[in-house]
Design a protein around this ligand. Structure first.
Ligand SMILES: [Zn+2]
Length: 114
């Protein structure tokens, strides 16, 4: 038998499973054991291949990116070191420094893990 988490509402240890929910007999609270895990999964930022990214990762750009104010674009295959995940503007969720271009924000959908 697996040990169930105590009731998040009243702390009772006598919780039981009524799939897909967990139920507390003391305060009648019902909750989903996967809810917390799903919320965490939604916050994961993934690269173009669906691999999760983390702070400090090195990534490679997978398509040419035009940069405002620069005559050339960031080329496919450009390596970007030591990225930082952020809640950026729009869907820009990577804060990084690109050689020759300087600090900027990229979308996780245009890079893959190096
Ligand atoms: Zn309870």
């Amino acid at each position: 038998m697996t040990e169930l988490a105590p009731c998040p509402k009243c702390g009772s240890e006598y919780t039981y499973e009524m799939p897909p929910l967990l139920v507390c007999p003391e305060c009648a609270h019902e909750w989903s054991p996967t809810e917390a895990a799903e919320a965490e999964a939604a916050a994961v930022i993934k690269d173009a291949n669906g691999n999760p990214l983390a702070d400090g990762d090195d990534v490679v750009v997978v398509k040419d990116l035009k940069v405002k104010g620069f005559p050339t674009s960031i080329k496919v295959g450009t390596k970007v070191r030591n990225i930082r995940l952020v809640q950026g503007v729009g869907d820009h969720d990577i804060d990084c420094k690109v050689d020759g271009f300087g600090p900027m924000q990229l979308k996780s959908s245009v890079v893959k893990k190096a």
